[in-house]
Structures are given as C-alpha cells and as structure tokens.
Write a protein that binds this ligand. Structure first.
Ligand code: PEP
Length: 253
C-alpha cells in the first residue's frame, strides 16, 4: 500500500507574511486529510518560519535544492546537513527548472541525490521529457536515461528511501496537463524500470505526477493505478487550491 503524497513546490514565491497565512490556512484543514501525506517546499529563507509553524503538525516540509557536501567554499549554496538542521524531511532533486535554467546535468543530479541521502533527507527525483522529445517518441528513452543515471551512481538500494516525480516539462507552469492516460503510461513505465531492478522497490515506490495539477483535473489523475500523488507548483500557492487537490486524492483512496 503506497500512502499518497501531495507536495507543494512554492518555487521563488512568497514573503514572510504570505508564508505565514498560507501555512496557517493549510494547517487548519490538515486534520481532514489523514490518508494523505502533505509537504511544502518553501524557498531556503522561509525554512525557519515554516519549521516554527509546522513543527508538531502532520505536515512535512522540504527544500527545492541543495549542494554537495556538508560545508565548504561554495558561495551562495546550501548543504543537506543545513536543511536537516531546519527539520526538512525531503528535498527536490533534478527539477526541470534546475536542469534547464541552471544547467544541472545527469552527473550533478545523481551526486545531489546521494548528498540528500547522506544528510538523511528523502530525495524527490524529478524527471520528464520536453515537448519535442514527446513529439518525436523519445519520452521513454529520456525517462530511462534520467533514472538509470541515478540508479547507476547511487545503486538501486538507495531507492528504498526515495520518491519519483514524473513531470513532463511541457506541462509545468503552462496550464497544459498530461491526460490521466498519458501520465499513467509513463508512470507504469517508470515502475517497470524499478521492478526490473528490484521487485519490492518497484511495487512500493511512490511516483508523483507534476504539471499544472489543479483541483479540477486532479481526480482523473489520482484515479490511475500508478499515480501516487502530485508535485504541485502554481496551485500550491493558495490554500484553497492546494487543499482542493488534497481533497481529490482522499476520494480515491
Ligand atoms: C512544479 O513546479 O513542479 C510544477 C509541477 O509546477 P505547476 O504545477 O505550476 O505546473
């Protein structure tokens, strides 16, 4: 049985006051969503605020990125142990915005995945194809490369403590969502890759879908057998839509 997770990626949004009001609104409703794990991913600077507000609640938090190692001369970077120090449970690794805008390559992403685990954080490894790759029937090839590069580096057993987020690049922040069937096909493919390495990891691996998930398209996605929750960007910035998505997954459990 895989417990669903709804994760809100706040990206580079928010101020202390809006973070506070968003958290308070989500917190008030959390008791209605006991069958769902909920987590928020604020910017680094908002982590102390989020930790103070969410400690001793069922809602977890994580970071959107990290750098390698523990300490060092890496101006502007934040390490895994620093995130653990602020109570982070998760960290996003390989989000498409990191891969494209910040040119993170397969090697660096695999190293970041390992750095997260070394700090006791659970990586949410984000993978997905571009529109051009989908249109040229390269979706599966692209997904396999993104997964195998981390499996080769970290070893399959590392995935006992990891989550996958399938996020088609063409659906992130665009308002275009994969249909439930399109998403399910890729989720099943991802699960099959893990199954081939290790049956138990394949069957228990939580695989989230991300890409313009909203309350009105969530139910169809969550009805699919291999979709175990969502990584939500834009719709996680308002309590009403974030909770609306959490409500939809409760219906299908
Ligand atoms: C994301 O940032 O991971 C994401 C899926 O964004 P959005 O929901 O806005 O498409």
């Amino acid at each position: 049985m895989r417990k669903p997770l709804i994760a809100g990626n706040w990206k580079m949004h928010g101020r202390r006051s809006t973070v506070r009001s968003l958290i308070e609104a989500i917190k008030q409703e959390a008791k209605h969503f006991q069958h769902v794990d909920m987590a928020v991913f604020p910017s680094f600077v908002h982590l102390p605020e989020v930790e103070a507000l969410l400690s001793n609640t069922p809602i977890a938090w994580g970071a959107q990125n990290l750098y390698l190692g523990e300490n060092g001369a890496f101006t502007g970077e934040v390490s895994g142990p620093m995130l653990a120090d602020y109570g982070c449970r998760y960290v996003l690794i390989g989000h498409s915005e990191r891969r494209t805008i910040f040119q993170e390559n397969l090697e660096l992403i695999a190293l970041k995945f390992q750095a997260a685990q070394a700090a006791g954080l659970k990586p949410i490894l984000c993978i997905g194809e571009t529109l051009a790759e989908r249109q040229s029937q390269q979706t599966e090839e692209k997904i396999a490369i993104q997964l195998e590069s981390v499996i080769t580096k970290a070893g399959i057993n590392a995935f006992h403590q990891a989550i996958i987020a399938y996020e088609p690049v063409w659906a992130i922040g665009t308002g275009l969502t994969a249909t439930p069937e399109q998403a399910q096909d890729v989720h099943a493919f991802i699960r099959q890759i893990f199954m081939q390495h290790n049956h138990e990891i394949g069957s228990t691996m939580p695989i989230l879908y991300g890409g313009s998930v909203k309350p009105d398209n969530a139910e169809g996605l969550f009805a699919m057998p291999d979709i175990d929750g969502a990584l939500v960007g834009g719709a996680s910035l308002e309590a009403k839509s974030f909770l609306g998505i959490c409500e939809k997954i409760s219906f299908v459990c």
